[in-house]
Design a protein around this ligand. Structure first.
Ligand code: NAD
Ligand code: DAU
Length: 339
């Protein structure tokens, strides 16, 4: 099998490439990534010389480049993960979110339509459903899409475009909507890395608003296994919710991590809330569990404990991300980076 993975230098993408190389020794993977601030080739330095892996530096919204890749290779599968992924950044400037998440997805769908693939996996998000009240049932695949941030609106647009390419053109699209991931190689701008890194440095931990927003956490490894199954067993035109039935308030998460690390709760600092901050996400994964024979396997407390140990053992990785030095690694191999 030959698979095009987009956004493979990011958090989930790099974990997914590691997963695929481990689980499918005979697959060839092409990783198309623009290497924005979120793309870090050091996440994949251990596989860069693997003959089953090829990196292409480029933009998913660049139609010419995407078409030229399909002219050169016959891809069996596309796993589309590339995105602008951070809600706070979308509030500051929505434009790159439209360019990458909407236009980039359309360019890839068009290539899939023109050149043909066995499966087009669109990695969407639970944020497309909007926000839940405290007593609402968890999101099922039947919930309407009601995105609230420019990020989630751009992801909902991609999600609906993918559906349209299935209905109108028969592109074999499979859509997954996963809850909040945690695990190695996540960019330090996100919540759990912020907590761990600030706690390691005895720095204040910013908690937005009252800290009672609820997220439904899943280990990235469980997400990757579900993505692999969705590619293999997912039915074209179907949506698969992915989640681990693991809801926690943000405050709970900070307290748990501080306790594991032996750090004081006085580090918790309430800061101004995120505008339009979704109150609660919760995923009902019953359809995916039944249809793909999938179950999450990583216990949350164990996953967090292991992650804290990972940050302690991989100081060089996150120090280079924080200082910006990780960009030099990519520049050495692929020339000047633009964004
Ligand atoms: P990330 O920000 O860590 O990585 C995104 C990657 O995409 C980076 O390597 C970046 O360089 C690349 N990229 C950005 N714009 C590009 C472009 N125009 N062309 C090519 N590459 C580009 O994101 P992540 O957290 O790993 O998320 C991956 C995917 O999973 C996204 O589609 C996101 O919406 C989705 N998702 C994330 C979560 C989560 O909790 N992180 C949950 C559900 C779904
Ligand atoms: O639900 C899936 C989504 O999860 C993905 O689609 C997004 O790509 C991913 O970024 C994530 O979005 P969130 O906005 O939920 O994640 P973030 O880590 O930014 O924030 C998690 C919660 O923590 C949220 O309620 C905001 C809060 N927060 C975040 C940061 C960075 C804080 O209180 N303080 C912080 O410093």
């Amino acid at each position: 099998m030959k698979i095009l993975v987009t956004g493979g230098a990011g958090f989930i993408g790099s974990n997914f490439i590691h997963y695929l190389l481990r689980e499918h020794p005979d697959w060839h993977i092409v990783n198309l990534d623009k290497l924005t601030y979120a793309g870090n080739l050091e996440n994949l330095s251990d596989v860069q010389d693997d003959p089953r892996y090829t990196f292409v530096h480029g933009d998913v919204a660049d139609r010419e480049l995407v078409n030229s890749l399909f002219e050169q290779e016959k891809f069996d599968l596309i796993a589309h993960l590339a995105a602008e992924s951070h809600v706070d950044r979308s509030i500051l400037d929505a434009s790159p979110f439209i360019e990458t998440n909407v236009k980039g997805t359309q360019v890839l769908l068009e290539a899939a339509k023109q050149y043909g693939v066995q499966k087009f996996l669109l990695v969407s998000t639970d944020e497309v459903y909007g926000s839940l009240g405290p007593d609402d049932p968890a999101f099922t695949e039947e919930n309407p899409l009601k995105p609230n941030s420019p990020y989630s609106a751009s992801k909902a647009s991609a999600d609906l475009l993918a559906r349209a390419y299935f209905v109108t053109f028969g592109v074999p699209v499979v859509i997954t909507r996963c809850s909040n991931n945690y695990g190695p190689y996540q960019h330090p701008e996100k919540f759990i890395p912020t907590i761990i890194l600030n706690a390691l440095a005895d720095q204040p931990i910013p908690v937005y608003g009252d800290g009672l927003n609820v997220r439904d956490w899943i280990h990235v490894e469980d997400h990757c296994r579900a993505l692999d199954l969705a590619m293999k067993k997912g039915e074209p035109g179907q949506v698969y919710n992915i989640g681990a039935n693991n809801e926690h308030t943000n405050l709970d998460i900070v307290r748990t991590i501080l306790k594991i690390m032996g750090k004081p709760e006085t580090l918790i600092t309430f800061v101004q809330d995120r505008p339009g901050h979704d109150r609660r996400y919760a995923i009902n994964p019953a359809h995916t569990e039944a249809a793909l024979s999938w179950q999450p396997s990583v216990d949350f407390y164990t996953g967090l404990t292991d992650l804290i140990a990972w940050y302690t053992a991989n100081r060089a990785w996150w120090k280079r991300v924080k200082s910006g030095e990780y960009r030099e690694y990519a520049e050495k191999w692929y020339g000047a980076l633009t964004s």
